[in-house]
Design a protein around this ligand. Structure first.
Ligand code: FES
Ligand SMILES: [Fe+2]
Length: 386
């Protein structure tokens, strides 16, 4: 373990905005750092999986790998959502293919057909001869699963704190947007980026780069200059911004009460892996999952009132376009993370949210004490007044 690098990571993660600089570039490519993050962050916190609406039928599942750990969330015949290990208890083959699917009845391993039911119980194995594998000892590990506003999260640790406690206070800001209206979900195909997961997250949460990287995509709608800070705790951060909105005043009036909040978006960052943009029209997100020290998976998705039938529409061309811009810049940064002499420098005011993310990382990796909850004047716009 590179103790000098870890100490520099810890020091950098603890800085407040006035003293914050780019982290040592090696934390974005070092394997020991990655392993520590996998254990202390991804095996130890609530991780966003998918929209609950995509698992509404019995048998529906979503399989994904979180920092090397294959898992699947399954809608069981008893109506429960369960998070199961997706690793066969015979010789470790991943059981279900990654992505969404539907179980016919049981989970059957594609290698030697050992079989498990939708609660993870071991059902049986063919051709075992005189050896009879013990049913009790060959079940699939089951993890905690909880939902928040139509989103499914799992936690791979034993007896985690409830998700609701993890997100304490967040719902207070979201009332105007009426998240329960959003029942239709979409998930775009997973993208594979040659970039450390933290680069993709940092890029996803800060608005500083919009005017340069997304000159023709995001910047005209959500300009860097009109982004602001709303509130943060150690566990989540809210930023926001004024949107250039082409709906007429009349259309807004017909949509019911039209508080000023509808002209703004909120960026909801639930570290480590969920970045959501909430507007009156829907909640759209990207999730970032680590693959190894230098690769991550990025999946875009969303919830809205209206069903999305295919990914052919202009809205998805737009999402694909700005994600392509993000991928190029993140992969470009990744190429310098093995530099021995080159290094980064100061963070600026629009990067406060990176400081929050580092405080989160510091608390999980090094047990550092995070800063207290803060709220800006902008928060008043979003606090629901009855
Ligand atoms: S590895 Fe799954 S049945 Fe053999
Ligand atoms: Fe971006």
């Amino acid at each position: 373990m590179n103790q000098i690098l870890l100490q520099a990571y810890k020091d950098g993660a603890g800085a407040s905005l006035s003293g914050a600089e780019s982290l040592p570039l090696a934390v974005y490519s070092d394997r020991d750092v990655f392993n520590q993050e996998a254990l202390s962050v991804f095996m130890n916190d609530w991780i966003f999986i998918c929209a609950e609406a995509k698992l509404s039928q019995v048998g529906n599942y979503f399989a994904i790998t979180i920092a090397g750990e294959p898992v699947a969330v399954v809608h069981g015949r008893d109506g429960q959502l369960r998070a199961l290990s997706n690793v066969c208890r015979h010789r470790g083959t991943p059981l279900l293919d990654e992505g969404f699917g539907s179980l016919s009845k049981h989970i059957v391993c594609p290698y030697h057909a050992w079989t498990f039911d939708d609660t993870g119980e071991f059902v049986g194995a063919p051709l075992t001869g005189a050896i009879k594998p013990d049913k009790e000892k060959h079940c699939l590990p089951v993890f905690s699963v909880e939902c928040w506003n139509g989103l499914v999260f799992i936690n791979l640790s034993q007896e985690p704190e409830p998700l609701s406690r993890r997100l304490t206070g967040l719902d207070d800001y979201l009332g105007w947007f009426g998240l329960s209206r959003f029942k239709e979900a979409y998930h775009m195909p997973a993208e594979h980026w040659q970039a450390n997961w933290k680069l993709a997250v940092e890029n996803g949460i800060e608005s500083y780069h919009l005017f340069k990287v997304h000159k023709e995509t995001l910047e005209p709608m959500t300009p860097s200059k009109q982004a602001y800070y709303v509130a943060d705790s150690a566990e989540w951060t809210l930023t926001g911004g004024l949107m250039k909105d082409d709906r007429s005043t009349l259309a807004k009036w017909f949509s019911g009460k039209h508080p000023d909040a509808y002209n703004h978006y909120l960026l909801i960052f639930l570290p480590p892996s969920f970045i959501g943009i909430l507007t009156y029209d829907g909640l759209h997100w990207i999730q970032v999952l680590p693959v190894d020290a230098e690769h991550c998976t990025v999946i875009a998705g969303g919830l809205s009132e209206h069903k999305v039938c295919s990914f052919e529409g202009a809205e998805f061309d737009f999402t694909r376009a700005f994600l392509a811009e993000d991928k190029v810049i993140c992969e470009r940064v990744q190429r310098a993370t093995r530099a021995r002499i080159g290094r980064g420098g100061k963070l600026v005011e629009l990067e406060q949210i990176l400081v929050d993310f580092r405080h989160y990382l510091g608390s999980r990796l090094f047990g550092s004490q995070p800063e207290d909850f803060r709220e800006t004047k902008e928060a008043e716009r979003f606090i629901r007044q009855e």
